[in-house]
Design a binder for this molecule. Structure first.
Ligand SMILES: Nc1ncnc2c1ncn2[C@@H]1O[C@H](COP(=O)(O)OP(=O)(O)OP(=O)(O)O)[C@@H](O)[C@H]1O
Ligand SMILES: [Mg+2]
Length: 274
């Protein structure tokens, strides 16, 4: 199967540049994420660590983006800001047309529960809870009644082929199956964006490829995905690769043809940032 840039709804370079370069102006509805001059500094008792020094990034609906870069370049810091787990010290962050960089912690938590699904390297499942109970958890917080919780959690687990493992606890599942539970939990609130910070970091290469197929399928169904990875063969599944270095975007390339399961080579074009 071939995919063109039109098929996957990636906008043109000029539009992306314009959307980033319009401070104070709300982005149009096609942009899930717009970051303008995003900064995050940590004050370590007098010494200031500049984790992000002005990140400009616009991500459109249905994009599948990999974030790469050396250790310490700011990838997790950026994911935490995008995921509304943290607030920036400077710049603007718009999520789905809402200016979240200026929100209070309470408002941020509400946006996070509604808009964001997060998948971590270490799965972060509750060890004593079954797969079904783990996936139901975000729905408990959202105040969804028990019947509907069960139905929606079962559906989410079915969508990652874990229908037959509903009542297993994490220690009764393989690493790949645990990560599938975490993906189902991230999806159960139907978030507008799925964020994953090194989702295959604890998995062997066969299992990693299996998890990548899950992300690819979600992306094919229209889910917006942003994933941090150190591994080029994992990043090769994404359609756009953003490289951070020293807290800024060093390069941003999208693939006209991304690597498919039999390893077709891909063409790349730069995404302009200034
Ligand atoms: N809570 C914190 N307090 C102080 N400094 C921090 C904190 N979190 C991150 N940093 C610093 O900010 C910089 C960016 O860290 P970050 O975790 O975003 O890097 P990363 O690109 O995710 O690295 P890795 O690939 O190792 O996960 C690093 O220099 C780090 O030491
Ligand atoms: Mg990190």
């Amino acid at each position: 199967m071939t995919n063109t840039i039109d098929d996957i709804g990636i906008s043109t370079t000029g539009e992306r540049r314009a959307v980033v370069a319009a401070p104070g102006v709300a982005p149009g509805k096609d942009w899930v994420i717009v970051a303008r001059g995003l900064k995050r500094e940590y004050d370590m008792g007098g010494e200031v660590v500049r984790a992000l020094r002005g990140v400009d990034l616009a991500i459109g609906r249905n994009e599948y983006v990999a974030i790469m870069g050396p250790s310490g370049s700011g990838k997790s810091t950026l994911m935490n800001l995008i995921g509304c787990l943290d607030s920036p010290n400077g710049g603007e962050y718009w999520l789905n047309g809402q200016l979240v960089s200026a929100m209070s912690d309470d408002a941020l938590a509400r946006v996070r529960n509604k808009e964001i699904g997060f998948v971590f390297q270490t799965f972060n499942l509750l060890p004593r809870a079954t797969a079904l109970q783990n996936v139901e958890l975000p729905l408990v917080y959202a105040g969804i009644p028990a019947d509907e919780r069960k139905r929606r959690a079962t559906e989410a687990l079915d969508s990652v082929q874990l229908g037959p493992r509903l009542h297993h606890r994490p220690n009764e599942l393989s690493g790949g199956q645990r990560q599938r539970v975490a993906i189902a939990r991230a999806l159960v609130n139907r978030p507008s964006i799925l964020l994953a910070d090194e989702p295959t970091g604890n998995l062997d290469s066969t299992t990693s490829q299996e998890i990548m197929r899950v992300f690819e399928e979600l992306s094919r169904q229209g889910q917006t995905v942003v994933m941090v990875t150190h591994e080029p063969d994992i990043a090769a599944h994404a359609r756009r690769v953003v490289v951070l270095r020293d807290g800024v975007v060093e390069s941003d390339e999208r693939r006209e043809k991304f690597v498919d399961r039999v390893g077709i080579a891909h063409a790349t074009t730069k995404v302009a940032h200034d």
